[in-house]
Design a protein. Sequence first.
Length: 227
Amino acid sequence: MIIIRVGTKKPKDFHVHKERLCRYSPFFRRALDRDWSEAKSNIITLPDDTPETFGIYCDWLYNISPFRVSDVPSDQDEEQKVSAFNIASKRYYNAYVFGDKVLDTGFTDMLIDHWMTHMKKWHLYQLDHLFKVFNLAVKGHPVRELLVDVMLYVGHNGWSDLTFWEEDNNREALSEITKALIRNKGKPINQNDAPFYKPNMCQYHWHTKIDTACYKIQREWGWLREQ
């Protein structure tokens, strides 16, 4: 077992099987190389991360669904629903940043699937954190196409705010969205035809770039190996 010590003010220790960390994460695989000090002590410290985020990752490592997309609360008004959704989006984003850090592309692909399921079920498309994912992703990453498609088919509440687009970190997204609008000029755009409404979200997954199986299939293989 490996101890993962997470956080600084109130660090929390997680005990995780080495083989699970190494199976899914090149970051942990390298950290646990026999020549690294972490491998000798069996302790890895993650002071810049939070126990909540690593707890989500632990659920993923042990084949537990880290997110359950809840039903839209019937006793909340629109403002309360938006607030609850924004809190959930922040959790998705923080987990995505961690997954990107530890190079676990299956984890980040899974997060995008759950995140979009949440958006579609709640009919809320608050995209501020998805813009941050766009900026975090390398050029050519399929997840960038997701933001473009959501903007094309659904829009954004800051679409008409010029100051939003004048921010340096949003200009590249604006360029990609503008190209998509030009490509679709004159074509009817129906929200129900959006690619992200299809059951298979693989076109937004990194595995399509590196020619490997989707995390769902890999999980099935891993589950069968463990039986």
